[in-house]
Each structure stands twice: as C-alpha cells, then as structure tokens.
Design a protein around this ligand. Structure first.
Ligand code: NI
Length: 138
C-alpha cells in the first residue's frame, strides 16, 4: 500500500457545504477521494496544456453521401497514423455515420487531428475527449 500523508485544510464553511453537496451528487462517499480526484484532474489538465502524451477519443458524425468525404477522412487519418491506435465506424442510419477514433500521442497533435477532422465540410459534429496515459498519475 502506498504511504499516505495527512494534512489539514482551512476552508470557508459555505464552500465546504457546497463541496459536500457536489460529492453527494457525484457519488463520493468521502472527501479524501474527491479531493484526490480534483488534484489528479488538475495534474492531467497541466499535461494537456504542456503537450505531453495523452490518450483520448475523437468522435465525429458525418453524412457519407457528401462528395470526397470518405477520401478526405481517410487521408487525414493516414497522415496521423502514428497517433491512431484504434478506429470504429458505425452506420447510424441511411445517411449518417459516426467514427470513434482512439488516439495516443502528444496533446497538441491530437488537438490538431481533431481540428482537421472537424473542419471537413460535411462533418456535423466532432468532439475530442482527452484523458491520461496514467503513467505519471498516482
Ligand atoms: Ni457508415
């Protein structure tokens, strides 16, 4: 088991009450785990800002009937092949497709790939969800 440190925190009463309400909403059973997660969230956010290696998912919806659509999407993904670890394509209905691409690499390259896919004419919506490789996070 990892060594634990204990520390005291001074906090305004009202802020702590708001924190406790948030914890209950998020299903935390104690403040310690919630605080650890807040710290991890900030550390991971810092990794994103510094262009460190991250893992993430790019999800985008498009109408596959548009001219050159598939060609453009394929070409961009080949240009970033070193970032893409897995891809899933789902035919949503007669017109619409969704692709979910799992990525691993520098956050700045992942953002660049996501922005290029989003900017393709015919892509209706594109989201990037970034997480951590977990390596530097305890
Ligand atoms: Ni499809």
């Amino acid at each position: 088991m990892k060594e634990l440190s204990r520390f005291g925190v001074s906090i305004e009463k009202g802020l702590l009450e708001q924190f406790d309400v948030l914890l209950k909403d998020r299903n935390y059973t104690n403040r310690s785990e919630a605080l650890r997660d807040l710290i991890r969230k900030e550390l991971i956010q810092k990794q994103w800002e510094e262009g460190k290696e991250i893992v993430g998912a790019i999800t985008f919806v498009y109408d596959h009937h548009r001219r050159d659509m598939i060609g453009k999407i394929t070409e961009i993904q080949h240009n970033f092949h070193d970032l893409i670890i897995s891809a899933m394509h789902v035919h949503l209905d007669h017109n619409n497709c969704v692709e979910i691409i799992a990525v691993k690499g520098s956050s700045s390259k992942v953002v660049e790939l996501s922005n290029m896919l989003r900017a393709i004419k015919g892509v209706k919506h594109c989201t990037l969800s970034m997480s951590s490789t977990g390596k530097e996070i305890i």
